[in-house]
Write a protein that binds this ligand. Structure first.
Ligand SMILES: Nc1ncnc2c1ncn2[C@@H]1O[C@H](COP(=O)(O)OP(=O)(O)O)[C@@H](O)[C@H]1O
Ligand SMILES: [Mg+2]
Length: 569
């Protein structure tokens, strides 16, 4: 785990941060941080939520003035007082939330903010021509005349990258760019980023996903609680060592899927139709079944109806058609309390909003439901001592880190709130447990703990349904994987045998033939998305161009194992 600043050569690094310190009221977000990035390097900033990654990059991009420290560009100290100043120095940043104007075209967005004596929007023809050049040089599919509102999230991100290329950024900062992408899109992005580095640009990539960090980085700087832990090369550390640098202690190994033999069906969803907040159908005729003792994981890019599905099962959102049943008991049209009565445990996605009452104490939140348990009652009233004893027991078995059971719940970290909700839901001995985004925003150790609890719960016979945008998580804990796309289940795979590529294709809307899901079979041959078709539209077999296959179609090789033209497997 040697700290490295070698291999940089005699030239000064492209960018150097020296002793950067940034305070917010009550938080030391960056504590005396050094970082250097060379031309031609992909340098990853790695750390848990709240480690200080975004803050450090906002200092570099001129959003924040540091309380101490300096920035050097080509060895010379510079003051970056605003994002405009950063851009003028050749620094670009792609934020987690894109800063594009939906009602303008791609070319108009790219030209926004460019200094031009003729006004930013007058040179559109020239801008468009340059965009075409850049997009073909980098294999970035972007149409200058398309309106941004028409584009998928992945396409919008490509526009942001083209914008940076257009400005000829020498240093590009990408803040968690893969959070919103399918695995296929991630591979495409990495190919482009590697090409940009090969052109001599410097890249700073922010991530907390270990697999991605190893796939892309030349060097990795780990931040923890505002401090720099160290800088390493991927070849110097194992995945677990890097994870331990991130969390600062040893972490338990991720277990295998529960492996229990499933029993009778417990949860059944039939032909469910649910509206989203915008009034359009978010869940479109979805059916699924979860059996006693199995963990079924729903994978998918966020926004494909997962949240609405969970809320409909929990009776927090009405179903317009179809049925949800637990062991034959109909839930549709019932209240959330009735769903609980029928045996549903529910860990919602919006934990602070739907899962706990922040001002209530830990003990009160643990007792929010299930306070009708006989052991806790005397003459119909809660027995205070029994309630407190039970709260203490749950806090200790579920390892909820809290100063005490009377602490207001809002003071707990996200991981501990998640453990609290899980403790409460499991103490009700549910027949079916639905967990939305089990470990989003949670540190690695708490996440592994939660995974273990879910596996144990399945082994005890509970039917467990998890919905997660994190494919690594779905693959780690599910016995069976369903992929959700545009409100329906587009495919299914058994744990252990499904390849990441096959699932990734389904997440992108490519329907796969059952045989191609398992083993190391190549790309699904039964259905491919042809260029020109919209996402989600699927064309019948033997389409000539598979845009996901290396060397064919309009997206060049992604290095994935989805072989082209190999249809006989
Ligand atoms: N604008 C802000 N005001 C106050 N506190 C902030 C602000 N931005 C970030 N923080 C705090 O600074 C710390 C680091 O946050 P951040 O840089 O966003 O971490 P990361 O990007 O690694 O998740 C966190 O404790 C966060 O709550
Ligand atoms: Mg951040």
């Amino acid at each position: 785990m040697a700290s490295t600043s070698d291999g940089v050569g005699e030239r000064p690094p492209l960018i150097e941060l020296r002793g950067i310190t940034k305070r917010f009221p009550g938080v030391l977000a960056n504590d005396n941080i050094d970082l250097d990035v060379s031309a031609g390097e992909v340098h990853t900033l790695f750390g848990e939520n709240g480690a200080g990654k975004s803050t450090l990059m906002r200092v570099l991009y001129g959003f924040y003035r540091p309380d101490a420290g300096e920035v050097r560009l080509d060895g010379k100290a510079v003051e970056i007082r605003s994002p405009a100043a950063a851009i003028a120095l050749g620094i670009g940043m792609i934020h987690q939330h894109f800063l594009l104007v939906p009602t303008l075209t791609v070319a108009e967005n790219v030209s926004l903010g460019l200094r031009s004596t003729r006004g930013p929007l007058k040179d559109i023809g020239r801008v468009s021509a340059r965009i075409e050049e850049l997009s073909s040089a980098y294999g970035l599919e972007v149409k200058p005349s398309a309106f941004v509102w028409q584009l998928s999230v992945g396409e919008r991100q490509r526009v942001e990258i083209v914008k940076a290329l257009y400005r000829d950024s020498r240093l590009l900062i990408l803040d968690e760019p893969t959070a919103v992408l399918t695995p296929g899109e991630v591979e495409d992005l990495f190919r482009v980023l590697k090409q940009m580095a090969a052109d001599g640009r410097g890249l700073i990539f922010i991530s907390h996903k270990i697999r991605e960090v190893f796939a892309l980085s030349d060097r990795i700087t780990v931040l923890r609680a505002g401090r720099k832990v160290g800088t390493v090369r991927p070849c110097e550390v194992t995945h677990d060592q890097l994870a331990e640098m991130m969390v600062g202690r040893q972490i338990a190994a991720e277990g295998a899927p529960s492996g229990s033999v499933p029993g009778a069906p417990r949860l059944e969803v039939r032909d469910l139709l649910v509206k989203g907040d915008r009034g359009t159908a978010a869940v479109r005729g979805l059916s699924l079944q979860v059996r006693s003792g199995e963990i079924v994981g729903i994978a998918g890019v966020s926004g494909n109806g997962q949240r609405e599905l969970g809320e409909a099962i929990a009776c927090l959102r009405p179903a317009l058609r179809g049925a949800v049943t637990i062991e034959g008991t109909e839930l549709t049209g019932k209240s959330a309390a009735a769903a609980r009565q029928a045996g549903l445990g529910y860990v919602p996605e919006e934990r602070m909003r739907d899962g706990v009452i922040g001002d209530f104490s830990v003990a009160e939140n643990l007792m929010l439901v299930g306070s009708d348990k006989p052991a806790l009652l005397r003459f119909g009233f809660l027995r205070r001592s029994a309630v407190r004893a039970m709260a203490r027991e749950l806090v200790s078995t579920f390892d909820v880190r809290t100063p005490g059971i009377d602490t207001p719940t809002r003071n707990l970290s996200g991981g501990n709130i998640q453990k609290l909700i899980l403790a409460r839901e499991l103490s009700g001995k549910p027949k079916v447990l639905l967990v939305a985004q089990p470990t989003r925003g949670i540190d690695v150790s708490a996440a592994r703990y939660i995974h273990d609890r879910l596996r144990a719960e399945a082994r005890n016979g509970t039917a467990v349904l998890i919905v997660s945008e994190d494919l690594d998580e779905v693959m780690a804990i599910s016995d069976r994987i369903l992929v959700m796309f545009e409100g329906a289940i587009i495919g299914e795979a058994a744990a252990g045998s499904a390849t990441r590529e096959a699932i990734g294709l389904m997440m992108a809307g490519v329907r796969a033939s059952p045989t191609s899901l398992n083993g190391n079979a190549p790309a699904p041959a039964s259905a491919e998305v042809a260029p020109g078709l919209e996402r989600g539209q699927v064309e019948p077999a033997a389409s000539p161009a598979n845009p996901f296959a290396p060397g064919t179609g309009s997206m060049p090789g992604t290095g994935s194992t989805t072989g082209s033209g190999n249809m006989e497997a």
